[in-house]
Design a protein around this ligand. Structure first.
Ligand code: SF4
Ligand code: ZN
Length: 424
């Protein structure tokens, strides 16, 4: 990736070198999202004729507001709307620019950004605050990077930052969620079989040098932020960029999802570290996981199925590990058969570990995740197996987390995984 040096008017440094920086509790000054407050981000296109370039607006209190005097940590809800306009701008580019909010914010010395869409999570350090960093400076950075990195399509850019709880909530429901849903619906209409090419994503090689995501219509990038449509749009925006097409050709093995073309590309892009991957199996040459996966699924042998844990869930899962413990085992660009990082949206894809029996192997998920994916998951399982309301059979932490109790629950629900072929 080319990183251009641009003059940005903020009191701290902004460079890709700061990308991997974490902001820990003891150095943290302010926090947005991360389960504590609502936090979302959106890139949308506007009519350039009606836009005022470089307009940055904060609606609501800033982090130096008097109401935070003496507070341990400043916590605010946050909604960021980046409006871009330009003759060459296309709707399909919006999500691509939106994902860059993650990278651009991480370039700020003293800022950490995790997640995307309405599960974004941002922290700022005390040091950055003391140097004079305020919320409008996030706008300055996003403005400068959107204009410079996407100069071909962005002629004008406006940033609006909302921090009043009622605005963040109302706009989140009325404006932002319908836009996310519309994008997802467009994506749902595409299948792996209906396209001629898949795409690589190499964006995370800055963190995990041997990691390659293979993005297909039914299998989005594991950060949850790069769909096949996004990868395709990125290729158009940035022909030499992180998303390159893989001309599919004939499958070597349809069930496991093996393509010679995919293996060749993954091998080359990982500098030989990963020789082969399957697209539809978590046991045989599963795809590697970088560090920013939204969820991890892992085998629970005694239940003959898999559990899924999302990043926001902090308790111990039925396999005896927390998300963090699972992540340290699964991440870093290595293949870990039996465990795999993936996006939330994959829960509901008919290709989700389809080689091992697919979605009906899911035996446990945190309640929040289960509720979030229920509609698509139930629909997909019904279409595949005829089972209605599958999520009623899936255990969660409000029912049980210890192995025996989970099994008991699965038995009372007659969970389909119990009757499937042995998973190991
Ligand atoms: Fe790309 Fe995968 Fe990283 Fe997402 S997780 S940015 S798809 S490499
Ligand atoms: Zn990643």
């Amino acid at each position: 990736i080319k990183i251009k040096v641009t003059k940005i008017n903020v009191p701290v440094s902004v460079a890709s070198a700061f990308e991997g920086e974490r902001v820990r509790k003891d150095t943290m000054f302010a926090e947005f999202g991360g389960n504590k407050t609502e936090c979302w981000e959106l890139v949308t296109s506007g009519d350039p004729a009606e836009m005022e370039d470089h307009k940055i607006t904060l609606i609501g209190p800033d982090i130096d507001d008097a109401m935070f005097a003496g507070a341990d940590v400043v916590r605010l809800p946050l909604g960021i709307v980046v409006t871009v306009g330009g003759k060459a701008m296309q709707k399909d580019f919006e999500t691509v620019l939106e994902r860059r909010i993650h990278y651009f914010t991480n370039y700020i010395d003293g800022a950490m950004h995790v997640g995307q869409r309405n599960i974004a999570w941002i922290r700022l350090t005390k040091e950055a605050f003391e140097k004079g960093f305020r919320l409008k400076h996030i706008g300055e950075v996003l403005y400068a990077k959107m204009r410079s990195d996407f100069e071909k399509v962005v002629d004008k850019c406006e940033i609006t930052i909302y921090t009043k709880a009622e605005d963040v909530k109302r706009l989140g429901e009325e404006m932002v969620k319908p836009i996310y849903a519309e994008r997802d619906a467009r994506m749902s209409a595409l299948t792996d079989a209906s396209v001629d090419e898949f795409y690589t994503c190499l964006l995370c090689q800055s963190f995990a040098p041997s990691h390659v995501c293979v993005v297909t219509p039914e299998r989005l990038g594991l950060c949850g932020a790069v769909s096949w449509l996004d990868a395709k749009a990125t290729k158009e925006l940035d022909p030499l960029g992180p998303n390159q097409p893989i001309i599919k050709g004939e499958a070597v093995d349809e069930r496991l999802g093996i393509w010679d073309s995919v293996n060749e590309v993954v091998n080359a892009a990982s500098q030989g570290a990963v020789e082969k991957v399957t697209l539809y199996s978590i046991l045989e040459d599963p795809m590697t996981s970088c560090g920013c996966f939204e969820c991890i699924c892992g085998i629970m042998p005694e239940a003959n199925g898999v559990i899924i844990v999302n990043r926001e869930f902090s308790q111990t899962s039925p396999v005896g590990m927390t998300f963090g413990e699972l992540a340290s085992m699964t991440g870093g660009g290595v293949q870990t058969p039996g465990f795999m990082g993936h996006g939330r949206f994959l829960i509901g894809s008919k290709k989700f570990m389809s080689a091992e029996g697919g979605l009906s192997r899911i035996v446990w998920m945190p309640k929040e995740l289960k509720d979030d994916v229920a509609e698509r998951l139930n629909k997909a399982v019904f279409e595949m197996t005829g089972i209605e309301n599958f999520t009623n059979m899936v255990c969660d932490e409000t029912i049980a987390t210890d192995s025996e109790a989970v099994l008991e629950f699965l038995e009372t629900k007659n969970h389909p995984a119990l009757a499937m072929d042995s998973i190991m």
